[in-house]
Structures are given as C-alpha cells and as structure tokens.
Write a protein that binds this ligand. Sequence first.
Ligand code: SF4
Length: 226
Amino acid sequence: MIEPPIDVKTQTASALIADLLRQSGAPCVTSSFQHECVALVHMIIQQRPDIPVLFLETGYHFPETLAYRDKITAQWKLKLINLEAKQSVAGQEAQFGILNQTAPDKCCRLRKVEPLFSGLAHYDTWFTALRREQSPTRANLQEVESFKLPSGKTLKKISPLARWTVKEIWGYLHRHGIEHLSLYDQGYTSIGCKPCTALPVSADDQRSGRWQGKGKLECGIHIQAE
Ligand code: SF4
C-alpha cells in the first residue's frame, strides 16, 4: 500500500484528535517524552492546551529525560501529572531487591502498570503515541481501540500516529522547531527507564535496546485486562 504524504498524515491525525476531543468528556494523553510522544502532545495542545499529560515517574528515569520533561512542560505550559508507584524506589529495593534485574515484570507492574491504570480511571479517552513500526507486538495497532482496565472500566484508546514512521516523526519535530531529548544524539532509539535501556542491537528494531537479555518486549501498560 502506498503511504500518503506527511502533510496528509498530519491532517488526518489532527482531524482524528479533533473528532475524539469533541466526543470525549475527560481526555488525557500519556507521554514518556520520547520523540513520538512529544510530537503527539504538540499536536493535541494546538486543540486542547490544558489536556492532562500523564508521565510515569518510575523513579528510574535518566536525568536527561526528567530535565527534558521539565523544560518542555515549562515551555508549553503543560498540565503535567506524574504518576508514581505506591512505594519509593528505596522502599521497593529494601523490600524486594533490584527487581529490574531479578523480576522486571514485577517492577514494571509496580512502577508503571498499576500507577497508570489508577491514573487512567479518571478519564474516558486515552491518547497514546504508539506506532505500528515500533515493535512486532504493535504491528496490528489500530488508531481507535477500546481498552479495558482491571476495574472493568473501558476507555477509548487513540493512537493518531499508529501508521507514522520514525522518519516522519523526526520530520514533524524539525518542521515545528521542536527540541528533542538529547539521549537520541547518543544513539538511543527507544528510551525508558535507565536500567532497562541500552543502545539498540539492531538498526531495524527501534526497541531492541529495551530490556536486553530480559526476554521482555513490553512493560505491560498496553496490555489490557482480560
Ligand atoms: S522499565 Fe525497568 S526499571 Fe522501569 S519499571 Fe520496568 S523493570 Fe522497572
């Protein structure tokens, strides 16, 4: 299938955002402040400047990510909401040890999945910057899906950039003069918590630096309740 040009894709994404914002009583967007998240937040705040921007503050981020989050938040006057685990990193490590080495699924559940699902309970529409190209686990991603929380509540999960390539994301940032997270300049292609992020092992797999050697592709926040 021939892909439409980027300006058409941008118009399509903006129209989808407008449509869903009209329908929604309580929208939010999640952002890890990676390039696609920043592009998406930029698109959405053109239409809804005060949309809540949810950030998973796991306590394990790179300092560069936190500094960049704070800079963009201040520049764009974002309504940032940091979602945190019940336990501090120190408390978790004292009780369980270094879970990101011994049991990363549990660590992600405590520090990402549970805080996010609690946070999402306040909203009916969840915008994400997921893209099909990011991972085989995202290859069938649809722009509009429903997402069921463990509580039984169902949200609309909207991924306006589902069909965008990484090149198109960079193009969007450049066109709009948007500064990017400096870690990309060191060769990282997908950036999460520091202990679980390395340089990619394959140029063809943007997420191949995540959870290397831990047999894990996703943190679990995009896996819905059965
Ligand atoms: S990505 Fe790593 S450090 Fe972050 S919550 Fe998951 S296991 Fe823990």
